[in-house]
Write a protein that binds this ligand. Structure first.
Ligand code: SF4
Length: 325
């Protein structure tokens, strides 16, 4: 990322990340050379249409890529330590402790067989040597922190007894259980109705201010990310198209794809994440065009675009991967 905080001492420094999947004898490249940084207490939005590689980037950072997926190349530096290739036992000490993730489907992230309070307590005790009673008390405090009313009562409820919005508050509380320095939220409100979405976004915004946790917010919806984050990484075809300070990117998008995303945010009413203003489809990772992945949909495409554009550094600190710059 380009902000001064990120430049000084990033919590997360993703360098040239490549994540692929094996299918038979083929290797399908999904994330193709992604780099970005997240500074302490910073909030970075990863945005792009479905299929852009943003969620796989987040899962790669969390160490949750499973076979037949694999990280083919690159580094994921968390507080200076590379998570790529780290032994599983060492990685599991970091997951949930130094970085945590909130997923799109809150109910799927919770175990239906246990009280939600017990699940948060278990997350605490996985990393901290405290009694069950102390962990439950901490769980109650976390529930209050994320705005759950009657927290003591909710501790003893099962996931199916809670609404989707309430379950998502519980998963956020679980993610915060060990006060991680980095919280990744992958489409945390997409499965919720509009009113609950707004409440959850408020909770995340308040927590960010209060806890000074660095945040990576993954979404197809650039308007949500614009509200939540200070910096933006726009992804397409498994690559970063444009990155930089949110106000600069939103105020004057330079990459044709970013321009299309912003135009579509003004025109999309259903929140499906499909572009309304640019014809064409996200490229199939197995048939990625040579050069710029956006070329088949780009109104400015030229013969030069058959070669991959470099990441141009603009004077305002942004980077743009486009031959126009
Ligand atoms: Fe369009 Fe070419 Fe820029 Fe890609 S590199 S966005 S095709 S102008």
């Amino acid at each position: 990322m380009t902000g001064p905080a990120a430049a000084a001492a990033p919590v997360l420094d993703v360098r040239n990340l490549h994540t692929s999947f094996r299918r038979g004898r083929s290797v399908i490249k999904i994330v193709r050379g992604v780099s970005f940084r997240v500074g302490r207490s910073a909030s970075v939005g990863l945005v792009g249409e479905s299929g852009s590689g943003k969620s796989l980037t987040a899962l790669s950072v969390m160490g949750l890529i499973e076979k037949p997926g694999f990280i083919a190349d690159g580094q994921i530096l968390l507080n200076g330590r590379d998570l790529v290739g780290m032994p599983a036992a060492e990685l599991s000490k970091i997951q949930g402790r130094e970085l945590a993730m909130v997923f799109q489907e809150p109910a799927a992230a919770l175990n239906p067989l246990y009280h939600v309070g017990a699940q948060v307590a278990e997350a605490i005790r996985a990393h901290q040597d405290v009694s069950q009673a102390a962990a439950l008390e901490r769980a109650r405090e976390l529930f209050e922190l994320v705005g759950i009313a009657h927290a003591g009562h909710v501790l003893r409820q099962y996931p199916h007894q809670l609404s989707g919005g309430m379950c998502q508050r519980v998963t956020i509380a679980t993610a915060l259980a060990n006060e991680p320095g980095l919280l990744i939220l992958d489409e945390p409100t997409t499965a919720l109705d509009t009113t609950i979405q707004a409440q959850i976004l408020d909770v995340v915004g308040e927590l960010r201010t209060r806890l000074e946790t660095a945040i990576v917010f993954v979404s197809h919806d650039i308007s949500v990310v614009a509200e939540m984050c200070d910096e933006l990484v726009v992804m397409y075809g498994g690559q970063v198209m444009e990155s930089g300070r949110m106000d600069l990117v939103i105020g004057s998008p330079q990459h044709p794809y970013t321009q299309g995303l912003i135009a579509s945010a003004l025109s999309v009413s259903g929140g499906s994440g499909r572009l309304e203003s640019i014809p064409g489809e996200v490229p199939d990772p197995q048939a990625m065009p040579p050069g710029c992945p956006f070329a088949p949909r780009c109104a400015h495409a030229m013969p030069q675009c058959a070669t991959a554009p470099p990441h141009a550094a603009l004077p305002d600190g942004r980077t743009v991967a486009c031959w126009l710059y």
